[in-house]
Design a protein around this ligand. Structure first.
Ligand code: HEC
Length: 217
């Protein structure tokens, strides 16, 4: 009996030690936030004058502005704009640009941001993870039955695996380590996008913004 217990103990220890890279965390996309309230605010507050009704940055005042309002439907232009930055922009305006401050409460700003984000995608999630932890994201709420392609902005940093309505994201430990070294930082950001190419344009079914923290002291 003792042998069996010893053996089980060793087995547990083995799993703890090799837990590096085999630990998984499970996440769901949140249900898309209804954007109707945000849309109402966007329109009533006159945002389209500069940002355009489709968020393209082509409102009738945009021509005279420098910098021009960015294109809210472009991944390239939106990927570097986190929630907090949008929040501050709407609440306080952006100095030395045409972006004015708006007198909105937190909930109104939140709803407006959801609407602004929805120009690019309705399904947006931010994952905080560690360089040795895989994340499994259920695609149930994004319509995983649909055909899509996976696009990654820093391919070398993360591997993906699709299975049964789930996507598993595994940081490439060594590549992530070198990225930390290069950036002299303990955090790298990667975007994993589920895209659909229709004839007219690329559609973003979902965007997973992954923040890979070192987590190792
Ligand atoms: C008079 C023109 C104007 C109006 C009206 C306006 N904006 Fe802007 N907005 C700008 C400009 C210019 C920028 C700076 C360039 C950029 O980042 O797109 C900006 C930036 C932003 C950004 C990006 C923030 C960031 O971190 O870069 C968001 C989000 C935004 N506006 C939302 C709104 C919303 C919501 C409204 C209405 C409630 C609104 N804007 C009204 C001109 C305007």
């Amino acid at each position: 009996m003792k042998k069996v217990i010893d053996f089980l103990g060793l087995l547990v220890l083995f799993f703890i030690l090799t837990g590096i890279n085999s630990y998984k965390a499970y996440k769901d996309f949140p249900e898309p936030v209804p954007t109707s309230q945000g849309q109402k605010i966007f329109q009533e507050m006159g945002c389209p004058m500069c940002h355009g009704h489709q968020g393209l940055g082509n409102g009738f005042l945009a021509q005279g502005l420098e910098p021009k309002p960015r294109n809210f439907t472009s991944f390239q232009e939106m990927k570097g704009v986190p929630y907090q930055s949008m929040y501050t922009a709407i609440k306080d305006g952006i100095p030395f640009t045409g972006m004015p401050a708006f007198n909105l409460n937190d909930q109104q700003i939140d709803e407006t941001i959801s609407y602004v984000r929805s120009f690019l995608t309705e399904n947006y999630i931010t994952l905080n993870t560690c360089s040795n932890v895989s994340q499994v994201v259920s695609l149930e709420n994004v319509g995983a039955g649909e055909q899509f392609e996976i696009e990654i902005d820093k391919k070398e940093l993360i591997s993906t695996q699709l299975k049964a309505g789930e996507i598993t994201l595994t940081p490439n430990f060594d590549a992530v380590r070198s990225a930390y070294k290069e950036k002299k930082a303990k955090l790298v950001r990667v975007h994993v996008n589920l895209t659909q190419n229709t004839k007219e344009k690329k559609k973003y079914l979902a965007i997973i913004a992954v923040r890979i923290n070192s987590c190792i002291k």
